[in-house]
Design a protein around this ligand. Structure first.
Ligand SMILES: NC(=O)c1ccc[n+]([C@@H]2O[C@H](COP(=O)([O-])OP(=O)(O)OC[C@H]3O[C@@H](n4cnc5c(N)ncnc54)[C@H](OP(=O)(O)O)[C@@H]3O)[C@@H](O)[C@H]2O)c1
Length: 291
């Protein structure tokens, strides 16, 4: 592709989207366009062509997609209801889509057979994209390191982090690494019909993640185990955490505890030439968020 491409980024103010935007700008890879519901608060760089709108609003998406060659699609919904219309609109304008899917999608299962809610919705969006005429790349990341920002209030308030399933092992990902793979797929040939399973470079339990934060901050942080029910009550009382997400999250942790230990993949290095960042690096990059 040439530098004349216009690349539309949805979810551009999110963890991954914001990184995709900044890495595309750094790479000078064409015109970067962003869709956001609130341009005034988006704090996107001045070079970004910002379009106001909700992804599920066909008129807004039609306008933002007009003239776009390539689209980075993130799925902010629990439902798949708007998916067919969204993919159809993208298809009428762009040649290629890079979809931020989820590691929760299991190979070999139809969307309705997926075990987790998030797996069902992302699998259905993947399917719709594959059935369109778009060239596509799916990114299936494991757990984001940014999820551990949910502990920031507790860490600011004291040395104990309370939660359920402290023994759950995760291969946490730095959002900059997910974005780096996305940028390659958005700007280079050779990623068509690829399903990229992305993981961080190490497996850490939630309790070990808290210890890592403590080491970076120079504080004796500890994990305190709560029952599923106690954690449910705590999360429901937390106004910043969506209620509808509480049960899927805790059920997801229970599934992860029962599942085989995650394996480490090397897709990030294979695609970008650079090894995935460690969780310790991620904490250092975000230390101010915990202080
Ligand atoms: N967290 C994990 O561990 C994990 C793991 C695997 C996959 N994933 C997947 O990754 C995605 C989340 O990515 P993220 O963490 O980068 O996102 P995020 O930080 O949660 O950001 C949400 C973004 O979605 C946009 N958004 C929300 N509702 C919208 C709407 N109705 N129309 C248009 N934009 C809307 C917001 O944009 P504005 O507010 O600017 O409009 C914002 O930029 C989800 O699909 C999730 O399933 C997450």
């Amino acid at each position: 592709m040439t530098s004349k491409n216009t690349i539309l980024i949805t979810g551009a103010t999110g963890n991954v989207g914001r990184q995709v935007v900044s890495q595309l700008l750094a790479a000078r890879s064409g015109t970067v366009r962003a869709l956001t519901r609130t341009p005034a608060g988006a704090a996107l760089p001045g070079q970004v062509d910002v379009w106001q709108g909700d992804l599920s609003d066909p008129v807004a998406l039609e306008a933002a997609a007009t003239g776009a060659d390539v689209v980075f699609l993130m799925w902010p919904f629990h439902s798949v209801e708007p998916a067919a219309a969204i993919v159809d609109t993208i298809k009428r304008h762009a040649r290629r889509v890079v979809f931020l899917s989820s590691g929760a999608v299991q190979d070999g299962l139809f969307p309705e057979q997926q075990h987790q809610l998030v797996g069902r919705s992302h699998a259905r969006v993947e399917q719709l994209i594959e059935q369109s005429e778009l060239a596509w790349t799916h990114l299936r990341p494991s757990t984001f390191a940014t999820n551990t920002l949910w502990w920031a209030d507790q860490i600011r308030a004291g040395d104990v982090v309370q939660g359920a399933y402290g023994a759950v092992p995760m291969a946490l990902l730095h959002e900059a690494d997910i974005a780096a793979v996305a940028v390659r797929a958005l700007t280079e040939e050779g990623h068509e019909r690829a399903v990229y399973h992305l993981t961080g470079p190490e497996v850490l339990t939630q309790a070990e993640q808290v210890q890592t934060i403590g080491r970076v901050l120079g504080r004796p942080l500890q994990w305190r185990e709560l029952s599923h029910e106690a954690a449910r009550r705590r999360l429901l009382a937390d106004g910043s955490f969506p209620d509808t997400f509480v049960e899927p999250l805790l059920d997801g942790y229970a599934d992860m505890l029962a599942a085989p230990r995650p394996t480490i993949g090397h897709t990030i290095e294979a695609v970008t030439g650079t090894p995935a960042r460690t969780y310790r690096t991620w904490v250092s990059d975000h230390a101010a968020d915990f202080r």
